[in-house]
Structure formats: C-alpha cells, structure tokens
Design a protein around this ligand. Structure first.
Ligand SMILES: [Zn+2]
Length: 699
C-alpha cells in the first residue's frame, strides 16, 4: 500500500444571491463560516476575521466606525453573530497614546474592554489590535497549512517574494500582540498595493474593500501557495516511505489494545480521553524515513503547539515484527523520559513570573505503521489536537518539499505556552463536571432507562458508548443524544450481549472510540411472565442468557479493561425489585434478577482491591419509555394482577408506599449517584428506586 494525500482544489463558495440581502455584520458572518468550514483554510478555532462598519452610536445616534472582530474562543466554521466582539475604532486608535513599548504590551489587553461598542459582552481576543490597525475595511487572518508551510521555511522571506511576486508582505516571527498590530499597520500603510502579509512561522493576513473581495483574495492566495508547493516540491515527501503500514484491521486492533494501557499511565492526575487517527496523511508521516527527526523538530504555528505540546511522543514499535508486549514493556521508561524532557524545557525557559509547570504527559502519540493517538481532558479536545497535528504534518510536508522546515525557537514556544494571557484564559475555564474524562458503557442503551442514564451521564461530563441489540432504536437513541450532547461524546455499537465475541467487540469499540472504560451500566433487559408449569426451558434460558450471562460477559470484559487502566472503575447493575421479592408467575425472571444481584456482590469483592466498585439499582415498574413494558409483559402483568392493560401504570403507582410512578429519570439519578465519586465509598450496595415497597427493604 502506498500512502499519499489527494485533495480537491480550494474553490470559492460565495453565493451572490444569498449575500445580496445581508448587512455588513451578516456578510462578515457569512464569510467567516465559509472560511471556517474548510480545515485547509484554517484549523479548528484558529484564525479570525473582521470588518470595520459604520453604525449608529447608541448614546449619540451619530455614525461611528465599529470594528467587528471574532471574539475570544469559538470557531469560525460555527460562529454566530454573538461570537464577534464590537469595539469603537476611535477608542482603539486612541489606545496608541497609552502604549509603553514591547516589554509592556500585555497591559494593553486590559484596555480593550474600555473600547466596547454597544455593551457587547463578547470578550475581545488578543488578536484584536492586529485587525484594528490594518488600514483596510475587511481583514482575514487564517492559518492555512500551505501558507504556514511557506512561513515555516528557513528561507520564508525570499520564498514569499518569489511565489507572490510582491503581492504579499512579510514580517518576521513575533508573538501576536499589541506590538504586532502596530507593525501590521506600518506595513499595510507603507505598501498600499499589498493584498496581505505572511507572518513568519505563524500564518496569513489578507484584506479587501468588500467582504467578498477579501474572501476571494484569501482563497486565491491559499490556492496559489498550494499550487506552487505542489509544482515545486521534491518527491517523495518526508524522505520517502520506510515501512509498510499494517493492514487496517490490525491498526485498529492494536490501537484499541494500547489505548486503555496508555490512558492509565497518563491519567494519574486527570482523566484523559483518547482519539485514534490512521488517515492517509498520518500514515504517510508515521511510515516515512524522516519520522523521528521531523517529529523532534516540533510544530511551528502557535495554535499547533498550544494544542499538541511542543513535541509529539514517538512510540517504539516495529510493524515489520509487531510485538505488542515489547511495545508495552518499553512504555513506562519512554514516557518518563518524555515527561523529564518536558520539565527540563520548562526549567530552561521559565521566567520569574511564569505559571507553574503543567501536565508533562504527551498529547500526541505517533506509532510507526499504525497511526496517531491523541489524549486530552475531553474527547473534542483530543480529536482537535489530532487534527492540529495533521495540520503540522501538512506544514512539514510543504516546507520540507521546497526548503528546510524550521520549528519555532524553544523560548518563543515557551513564551506562548506559558503566556500569562493564556494562563488567564485557562483560569477562566469553568470547573470540570463531576464525570469529566470518564467513559461509560451503557448496555440496553436504546431503551427508556438506558437513554435516560446516558443523558444524565453525558450531562455530568462523561462520554457514553451505547450498545443495544436493536439497530434502528440504537441509531435513533444515538441521534437524539448527539443533539443535546454533541457528536464527540457519544458512540454506539449494535451487539447481542449474550455473545462472548460481540461483548469483546463492544469493549474494543469503546477503547478505540474513547480510550477505555470507567463506568459500566449493565442495563440490557427483558421480562417474561408465566406460571412455573408453563415456563418453557426456552423462556428460562432466555432470561438466564440476557440477564445473567449478558451481565457476566459485560462486566468481565469491562473488569479486564478497568484493571489494565489501573484507574479504578464503577459498575452499576440495573436489576429489579423482583431480584429481592419473589413474584408469582415470573419465576424465570425473578430468579435471573436475583442472580444478577448476587453477581454484582461477587464482583464487588474481587473489584475492591483494584478500586472497582459494583452496586445495584433496583427499579420497579418503570413503564414510561420502556420497551419491555410495550410488549407482551404488560398484558401478562395485567392478566396476572387481574386488571386492564391501560390501568397498569395506575395499579403500580397505587401499590407503592409513596403512591408515585417511577420514571426512567429516577433510575438514571440513582445510577449516576452510584457511578460517580459521590458514592466513592459504596460497593456491594443495593439502591431501591421503587417508590417504596416493604418487601424489598434490604437487610
Ligand atoms: Zn494566528
């Protein structure tokens, strides 16, 4: 297999008809969304756009010039109008009188809120002065791989001149801040014919008199950079292919085995979530001759290394003689060396007022012949870090194809990573949720209780892998959960949990999708009802298969992974009041539920030394949203209790001590409590959620 990259050319998506009725702020939004929708134009969350617009001042009613510029946070692809901050241009210009020089440029950030127009609550970003002082109405600042490649070449200035023939200016590397804004002003005023400026080691500024011309100039410049690189690059990239990648299934299988182990080693201080990428761009890089030396150079664009750390971690693995145990055996020491290297970098570069050293574990893991793993405190951040490293790979390919790639000098990288303004941003982040970084597996995930549990765990910050035997119901549940929780945190896989092989594949899927498993909510269920003499062996066996064997298989597989991770874990079995209280005409069901409860206690004993807790929630008569109660079971229970099927809910409510119906959300609340650290000192317990039933009192 040959691993190379093929991409469609960048083309303008501007629709004059759609744009005709738009106001200037709406045109800015339109342009921003178009630019942000293509990762080759700018990376996620990277770059910003602006327009200088005449508007009525809310106090005086007079027309004033207002800078609309992407605010702090968010992404251009999905930004809405409220994502832009708005500032008075005359006040921004007046700030120049306050500027006391490069060493004190950070203090200018505190003045920006004083320039706010119309009480807009969106905080202005650090890049605001860069947009404000370029003497053009419309300005784009992008991080396109092809342009950063040119900006990251040793001969970047000469190449810029050669490729763009004087249409683009060039500024040497400088941390983006107030001073860089003044430099951009100088260049854009001194050379009015320029269409934009390349910032060394960083990215591109382009501008125009209208939103459309600005957009099209940005695209034209990026296209020219791409075409020039393609026409002039030495082939093959990265010194050529050194090794064949493993076949696709073997790559995924290896990643799924490795991720829980690795996750355990790097989650001691904070739970991490993982992401696996074996796309063509990644494989080309991790199979290349120059993998080691290029990886060691680190990334260039500030956005890249803020997300990926200054350097990736290259795992010692030979796909020609794949030896998983050898790989694992070498991990601890290699990780120790990486962490020591990171701390040494911190010590070499720190200033008197630098923030304390942060987590020293790698974020990006490159595995020769296999692909790339990325780990971060949540799934979206892990995925995006991986995407950023793909940007960095593209930059290295482009730069080394035509010249020599240079990473950012170490001190400059440090000064961005530990910039006090970045630290302030981190400090402003909301406190993590109670299940942040945890991975939950919910069996029977398409049912009423399963979905309610998944929803609650997602709300508390967990990632959830759903499994169910019903593909349509599962796909619907997945879609519904994604709507509220976003695509990153939800995964699903169809499986029959009575099959040993299927259960293994579920755990493998959870490992590959998120990095392992911390919480198992064993919930897949059925119910049956028949007097003893009418209970066929088939009915008996079916209850045993799903309620006992299914719970055994899921918990055994999850237990193994939890043990590997070494991070403890929590299992919650959704059993039934009937596991404690015998019920006439349901011996197969009641017996299987009793076995479930006892299985939980046995695992609680074995799990305790590993910090794995196992508890039981006993629902009773959860009829709303239940797929069990939709079917025959309702009829059977109605018959057995000598009532109409429509009266079943009322019957159970009236039978309860508290005279309340039990809802899926009530079960979810109890499951969440037992799954979370709130119940960190409880194991082997039973929590009845049955609106009160004296027969089920535990003793
Ligand atoms: Zn930038």
């Amino acid at each position: 297999m040959k691993v190379t990259q093929q991409q469609a050319p960048i083309t303008s998506l501007w629709d004059d008809q759609a744009a005709a009725a738009m106001s200037e702020p709406e045109l800015l939004l339109y342009r921003s969304n178009l630019l942000g929708s293509d990762l080759r134009i700018t990376n996620f969350g990277g770059g910003n756009t602006s327009a200088k617009v005449m508007m009525a001042d809310p106090l005086s009613g007079e027309q004033v010039e207002v800078l609309w510029v992407k605010g702090s946070g968010g992404d251009l692809g999905s930004i809405k109008l409220d994502g832009f901050s708005t500032l008075y241009m005359d006040k921004l210009n007046a700030l120049k009188g306050r500027y006391r020089g490069l060493a004190l440029e950070d203090e200018m950030v505190a003045y920006l809120p004083h320039c706010t127009f119309n009480l807009n609550p969106r905080a202005a970003s650090i890049d605001t002065p860069l947009h404000a002082y370029i003497a053009r109405k419309h300005v784009d600042h992008m991080h396109p791989d092809a342009v950063i490649a040119i900006a990251a070449c040793a001969g970047s200035q000469a190449l810029t001149q050669k490729i763009f023939e004087g249409e683009l200016g060039w500024l040497p590397w400088q941390r983006p801040g107030y001073d860089l804004g003044l430099k951009l002003e100088q260049v854009s005023k001194a050379q009015p014919n320029l269409k934009g400026i390349i910032l060394e080691g960083h990215g591109l500024f382009t501008w125009g008199d209208t939103a459309k011309s600005c957009y099209e100039t940005t695209l034209a410049i990026i296209k020219r950079a791409e075409e020039w690189l393609a026409a002039n690059s030495k082939q093959p990239s990265f010194g050529g292919q050194a090794i064949e990648p493993l076949p696709s299934e073997q790559r995924s299988a290896l990643a799924a085995r490795l991720m829980p182990l690795l996750r355990g080693k790097i989650s001691r201080d904070e739970y991490k979530l993982g992401h696996f990428d074996d796309s063509a761009a990644v494989l080309e890089f991790v199979c290349s001759r120059d993998l080691q030396p290029l990886a060691a150079l680190g990334t260039s664009c500030p956005d890249h290394f803020l997300r990926t750390k200054i350097r990736p971690f290259v795992i010692d693995f030979d796909p020609l003689q794949p030896d998983f145990d050898k790989l694992v055996a070498g991990l601890d020491q290699a990780l120790e060396e990486y962490r020591a290297g990171y701390v040494a970098y911190y010590e070499r570069c720190k200033h008197d007022n630098s923030p304390a050293v942060r987590d020293a574990n790698p974020i990006i893991y490159l595995i020769p012949g296999v692909g790339m793993l990325s780990f971060a405190k949540d799934k979206a951040t892990a995925r995006i870090a991986g995407e950023f490293y793909v940007n960095a790979i593209n930059v290295m390919r482009g730069a080394n194809g035509v010249d020599t790639y240079v990473g950012l000098p170490e001190q400059e990288a440090f000064d961005i990573e530990y910039w006090l303004l970045e630290e302030a941003k981190l400090q402003r982040m909301p406190k993590p949720k109670s299940l942040a970084g945890r991975i939950a597996l919910v069996t029977g995930g398409a049912g009423g209780i399963g979905q309610a549990v998944a929803r609650q765990l997602l709300q508390e910050g967990a990632c959830v892998m759903l499994t169910d035997i019903d593909p349509e119901a599962l796909s619907q549940a997945h879609t519904d959960l994604v709507k509220s929780a976003g695509k990153d945190s939800v995964g699903s896989i169809v499986a029959n949990i009575t099959s040993e092989e299927a259960v293994e594949s579920v755990l493998q899927a959870a490992a590959l999708r998120f990095g392992g498993v911390d919480l198992l909510i064993s919930n897949a269920g059925i119910a049956s009802s028949a007097p003893l003499e009418d209970t066929t062996l088939e009915i008996w066996q079916r209850n045993q298969d799903i309620l006992v064997t299914g719970y055994f298989l899921a918990s055994r597989a999850a237990f193994r992974i939890m043990k590997q991770q070494g991070l403890g874990g929590s299992m919650v079995f959704v059993a039934s009041k009937n596991g404690l209280v015998a019920s006439a005409g349901a011996s197969a069901y009641c017996t299987a539920k009793a076995a479930e409860i006892h299985l939980a206690r046995c695992i609680a004993l074995e799990g305790a030394p590993h910090g794995i807790r196992v508890n039981v929630v006993n629902p009773d008569a959860v009829i709303k949203g239940s797929r069990i109660w939709d079917g025959k079971w309702k009829q059977e229970r109605a018959q057995s209790n000598k009532i109409e099927a429509d009266d079943v809910e009322k019957f159970y409510r009236d039978r309860s001590m508290l005279k309340l119906s039990v809802l899926p959300e009530d079960i979810a609340e109890a499951v969440y409590f037992l799954a979370s650290d709130k119940a960190g000192k409880s194991t082997g317990n039973i929590l009845n959620v049955d609106a009160g039933n004296a027969g089920a009192f535990t003793r």
